[in-house]
Design a protein around this ligand. Structure first.
Ligand SMILES: [Mg+2]
Length: 341
């Protein structure tokens, strides 16, 4: 009984609980003070404006109310126009609009609803009716909020790796494509790192998969701690990570990679109550100004450099070196030949 009573009183006081801001636009001083005292009594934070223009300006604020009570007939801009503007601006989160109207012709109501009003009330209105209409509006706003949160959670789920919280493979590759296009457009360099934990299978075999997972999480944390906020580290595969470094050429890419290698090697990892040394090998590829569609080449070259780092004993960074001589080295060769001649 006690709990039911508690729930009921919680429901009854739900429109008194928080002071939700409500924008009121009303040019009639009598209605203004009436709305102010009613809304305040019901626990709303009433923000009164005296005409449509003021109301529209108030709606531009960052903390603008999400609930609006707009009088239809007002100087400078009427309530229907304010409503139309709110809808055109496609406010997110949604703004719930209740129109107050002295008109009764159905054609007028159609116009108001078509402008995007959610509900209307004909003046003079009954206080209790306004109260329940506002509560219905709040319920819709609450649902919309939950929907937005669910959508955001889905977006995070679809783009992030559940274990490490880093971007997942699909998303980090998508970012690589976008950054290559930007690099081509702005003629800025771009570096790609392929990071692979050394002897990870051994960690799993010796300490178990839970310890392995803890190591992956800690690896992600250390990588994030040393990358710049506009870099994009992502989990590429099991113990392999791809990091996109916008604005970094070969040298900066190498420096960033060294920083990550250092962050791993500096102190042992704690996993499953044990402390273990974990190192990584990193391959670096870069382009001074990308051409569109270079994603595959950069990934392949970072991968080749990574294998080079592994072959040379692990816990190291290797830069991709092209078999093809660079324009610079070709020029030097020509110069050498010229001076020989
Ligand atoms: Mg009016």
């Amino acid at each position: 009984m006690e709990s039911i009573g508690a729930i009921q009183s919680a429901n009854l006081s739900s429109d008194l609980g928080q002071t939700m801001p409500v924008l009121v636009a009303e040019d009639n001083p009598v209605f203004q003070s009436m709305l102010r005292s009613m809304l305040t009594k019901w626990g709303y934070d009433a923000r009164i404006t005296k005409n449509g223009l003021e109301a529209w300006e108030a709606m531009q604020a960052a903390d603008a109310p999400r609930l609006a009570v707009l009088d239809w007939m007002m100087p400078y801009m009427d309530g229907v126009e304010v409503c139309r503007r709110i809808r055109t601006a496609a406010h997110e989160p949604y703004v719930y609009v209740l129109l107050l109207t002295a008109r009764t012709e159905s054609q007028d109501l159609v116009e108001g609803m078509e402008a995007g009003a959610d509900d209307y009330l004909t003046k003079p209105f009954n206080a209790q009716e306004l109260r329940v209409r506002l509560r219905a509006g709040r319920r819709i706003l609450d649902l919309q909020q939950q929907l937005m949160e669910a959508r955001e959670a889905l977006r995070v789920q679809a783009t992030h790796d559940a274990l490490t919280g880093l971007l997942n493979r699909g998303r980090v590759v998508e970012i690589l494509f976008a950054e290559i296009a930007r690099s081509a457009r702005e003629r800025r360099p771009l570096a790609v790192l392929m990071v692979d934990l050394d002897h990870f299978k051994q960690i799993n075999d010796t300490h178990g998969h839970q310890a392995g997972d803890a190591v992956l999480r800690e690896a992600a944390r250390r990588m994030q701690a040393v990358t710049r906020h506009y870099d994009s580290p992502g989990r590429y595969g099991g113990e392999e990570f791809l990091i996109v470094l916008p604005g970094c050429g070969a040298r900066d890419g190498y420096v960033q990679a060294e920083r990550i290698r250092e962050a791993f090697a500096r102190e042992p990892f704690a996993a499953g109550g044990e402390s273990m040394a974990v190192t990584c090998s990193i391959g670096v590829s870069s382009s001074d100004a990308c051409a569109d569609g270079e994603a595959c080449r950069l990934i392949r070259e970072a991968d080749e450099a990574l294998y080079d780092a592994k072959n040379r004993g692990r816990n190291r960074v290797a830069r991709f070196v092209s078999d093809q001589p660079s324009a610079e080295s070709l020029a030097l060769t020509k110069l050498a030949k010229f001076s020989e001649a």
